[in-house]
Write a protein that binds this ligand. Structure first.
Ligand SMILES: *Cc1c(COP(=O)(O)O)cnc(C)c1O
Ligand SMILES: [Zn+2]
Length: 438
């Protein structure tokens, strides 16, 4: 078995087939299904298969048969991820409940960046920095929140590389739930403050993200964690579906068309695998034409276990100890890594990594050409795009979408040492002339 590290203890904490699990209303979601062996389970706060420890995914009764009707209902829907509520594990009235209404972020046509990179086939940046807590994590948390409500959890929690903690804190505040989130203690100040400001409990753990995650798995199996919904652990199947909305929005914003190439950041690999799932669902529902597309994964060199495995031709991920400025992507033992490898290989994509210096250069390149200030994760995707074009792996004549998943204001330290005033002068015209700017 390729998957390791899923503790049997987390399976034991799963509720057995209870009446409440069956009566849960999560819209089109009908069951949980094991990604490895296909075993089915009723909807509930479980994430690993009791038979094989494989990860569980949502199985749906999707609205087939009338693609035109579905497309017009989506287009008439709210300007948030809830326009796709018929394709998500959420109740039909989700948009009326208190939540952050994330998504429907701009797909920016990036002609000036394209010119710098030599892309002629059309380049877009899907800019998720404008979400309510300034990262893509609001999408996944909004989905997990509905599951938490459905299962009666009163505390919302997570293990986080930074952005998730803020997204959970904010979502819990809006929904009137308690929150208690866990992060590595040495994150960027912007992320620590955002994780704390919403008034929930924030716990810094002395260790890496992988230590934080292991701790949370133990907490779930312990009475101390009873009644707690960990969005990315025991609610992970519901949480993960939120990433499909990136694929839905990109295709809809391109006029219901799949781009030829997508460049996606990898932390746990969940987002990348669900973008692929989202595209496949759009095809099977008849909302987009079935055509080939390639998915490219992007990591920072200082935490590149998936890129390493891809290049070595392995299908097992060897965990690493992260050391990179791209802290939001610093997961040394990515749970969905093997599936990312499958998708990159199946679609004809690749997984690549860039150095921290290249991340900083790419942040500045995107800012200078498109007026988008990305966090380090966006520097990773833009940097990897550039590297893959130079290597002849990414085809510059094809339509390409690059994801920016977070806001540069959260990772100021990355660029602050090399960014600042062109001049500091006395407030008079002579001084300005002397500064050599005219
Ligand atoms: C969490 C995160 C991702 C992707 O995470 P996955 O675990 O791979 O789904 C990407 N970018 C940013 C900024 C993030 O915070
Ligand atoms: Zn299984």
């Amino acid at each position: 078995m390729r998957r390791e590290g899923l503790a049997p203890m987390s399976v034991l904490s799963a509720p057995t087939t209870s009446a409440s699990a069956v009566s849960v209303d999560l819209g089109p979601a009908s069951a949980l299904s094991c990604r490895e062996c296909g075993q089915r389970y009723p909807l509930g706060p479980i994430f690993a298969c009791a038979e094989c420890f494989g990860p569980l995914e949502i199985a749906y009764d999707l609205p087939t048969g009338d693609p035109e009707g579905l497309r017009s209902r989506i287009e008439a829907g709210p300007a948030s991820i809830w326009r796709y509520s018929e394709l998500l594990p959420v109740p039909a009235d989700v948009a009326t409940k208190p939540n952050l209404n994330p998504g429907w972020t701009p797909l920016v046509r990036a002609d000036r960046l394209a010119a710098e990179l030599g892309v002629t086939g059309g380049l877009w940046v899907k800019d998720d920095s404008g979400n309510p807590t300034h990262s893509f994590k609001d999408r996944v948390v909004a989905n997990a929140l509905e599951a938490a409500r459905a299962f009666g959890f009163t505390t919302l929690s997570c293990s986080s590389t930074g952005n998730l903690a803020g997204a959970v804190g904010a979502a819990a505040a809006r929904a009137g739930l308690r929150s208690c989130v866990f992060i590595p203690h040495d994150l960027e100040q912007g992320k620590v403050v955002m994780a704390a400001v919403y008034g929930g409990d924030l716990v810094g753990i002395e260790g890496s993200y992988d230590d934080v995650n292991r701790f949370c798995s133990e907490l779930i199996g312990d009475p101390a964690g009873e009644g707690w919904g960990f969005v990315n652990v025991n609610l992970r199947p519901y949480y993960a579906e939120g990433s499909k909305t990136l694929a839905f929005e990109i295709c809809e914003q391109l006029g219901w068309r799949i781009p030829d190439q997508l460049v996606v950041p990898i932390a746990s690999g969940s987002q990348l695998t669900k973008i692929d799932k989202g595209i496949r669902e759009l095809i099977s529902l008849g909302l987009v034409e079935d055509r080939p597309y390639r998915i490219f994964g992007a990591q920072a060199e200082g935490c590149s276990p998936v890129s390493r495995a891809f290049k070595d031709g392995h299908d097992v991920i060897r965990p690493v100890k992260p050391d990179t400025i791209a802290k939001s992507l610093a997961i040394g033992n990515p749970a969905d890594g093997p599936y990312v490898l499958d998708i990159a290989r199946r679609t004809g994509g690749a997984v690549e990594d860039v150095t921290d210096a290249q991340v900083v250069d790419a942040i500045k390149l995107l800012a200078r050409t498109e007026g988008i200030f990305a966090e380090t994760a966006g520097g990773v995707t833009v940097g990897v795009t550039r590297k893959l074009i130079e290597a002849g792996v990414l085809d510059p004549t094809l339509t390409t979408v690059v994801l920016n998943t977070g806001d540069g204001l959260k990772t100021l330290d990355a660029v602050a040492p090399t960014t600042g005033p062109t001049a500091i002068i006395r407030p008079d015209l002579d001084a300005f002339r002397e500064a050599g700017l005219v």
